[in-house]
Design a binder for this molecule. Structure first.
Ligand SMILES: [Zn+2]
Length: 109
């Protein structure tokens, strides 16, 4: 991969990282503990708990992606970016274009 392409993916990763961090901060309130002793009805409480589960699940996925982005940025500085973690072959740049945090090539994923 050329240094220019690497710089391009680094930019993409940093932008993605920022986006998720903003999202995580915004969802912090939404994933707070549902108060079970509040005066809201049983059904709306179930709704609230379901929403909370979904918010937590989304958060979990975003935290995992953030971790993958951090790892990808680390691989860039170590000049190992863009190589499959399993077969060590270069990952297609079209794939990296879609998910710059990809750790495996299409065949291994
Ligand atoms: Zn592979």
């Amino acid at each position: 991969m050329t240094p220019e392409r690497q710089a391009h993916f680094r930019e993409r990763l940093l932008a993605l990282e920022k986006e998720i961090q903003v999202d995580l901060v915004a969802s912090k309130d939404a994933s707070g503990v549902v108060e079970l002793d509040t005066a809201i009805g049983r059904l709306s409480r179930m709704d609230a708990m379901q929403n909370q589960q979904m918010a937590l699940e989304l958060r979990r996925r975003q935290e995992q992606q953030l971790q993958r982005i951090t790892n990808a940025l680390k691989r860039i500085t170590q000049n190992r970016y863009g190589f499959c973690g399993r077969c060590k072959q270069p990952i297609a740049e079209e794939r990296l274009e879609i998910s710059p945090d990809a750790v495996m090539c299409v065949r291994c994923a």
